[in-house]
Ligand binder design. Structure first.
Ligand code: URA
Length: 216
């Protein structure tokens, strides 16, 4: 798997990452969602440099110009509900993409153990398309792998990209072992640890709750 970690280079991105981690800034949920969306826009731009392009001719009021446009159709797939602000960020740039949504949640079998339950799934055909799987928090990697397994019935994508904001090293290792070798991971930043409940430390907390409020 090819892994690109963006915070190794100093840029404005690192300010957005700092703000989503900061518990004082997190109190403003609109800013939290917008920062995740901004990070999605930056990840979309970086990812776009790795895609295939074809030449086409456009007409300006004064002449014609050969430009490069995306060769393959793009499908953005997000895991509900935490993936939605990141999905919006990617869709702002991949504005012609088709969209898929899948629900996945952790069903706890004890204080520390859980299984991933995938329920709702709405997806277009994925055959020969560029699939971009969007998940802000790559903790154990189990949700991403379960979602990928659930998507297989919709066709075989030509390329698979994963887009995440914060990842844990264990989660990255897990997806390296379970997703196709040609998968590319685009991630803003990586933390070393998971706590006993499978949360990334220091991470940022619960991305779904911070975006949309606590759930029962
Ligand atoms: N999901 C989150 O929202 N946060 C984590 O740290 C892990 C999974």
């Amino acid at each position: 798997m090819n892994v690109t970690i963006l915070d190794h280079q100093n840029s404005l991105l690192n300010k957005f990452i700092a703000e989503i981690r900061d518990e004082n800034v997190q109190k403003d949920s609109m800013r939290f969602r917008r920062n995740i969306e901004r990070i999605g826009e930056i990840l979309a731009y970086e990812l776009s440099k790795s895609l295939s392009y074809k030449s086409e001719t456009i007409t300006t009021p004064l002449g014609t110009k050969i430009v490069q446009s995306l060769q393959n159709e793009v499908v953005l797939c997000s895991i509900l509900r935490a993936g939605l602000p990141l999905h919006n960020g990617l869709l702002n740039y991949f504005d012609n993409a088709e969209n898929a949504f899948i629900s996945a949640y952790r069903k706890h079998t004890s204080e520390t153990d859980f299984e991933i339950v995938v329920e709702y799934s709405a997806s277009p055909n994925l055959e020969n398309k560029t699939l971009i799987l969007v998940d802000p928090m790559l903790a154990t990697g189990q949700s991403l792998v379960s979602v990928f397994e659930g998507l297989k019935k919709h066709g075989t994508p030509k390329e698979i990209h994963l887009v995440c904001v914060i990842g844990a090293t264990d989660g990255i290792k897990y997806i390296e072992e379970h997703l196709p070798e040609n998968t590319k991971l685009w991630i803003a930043t990586v933390d070393q640890k998971l706590n006993s409940k499978g949360y990334i430390v220091p991470g940022l907390g619960d991305a779904g709750d911070l975006s949309y409020g606590q759930k029962l």
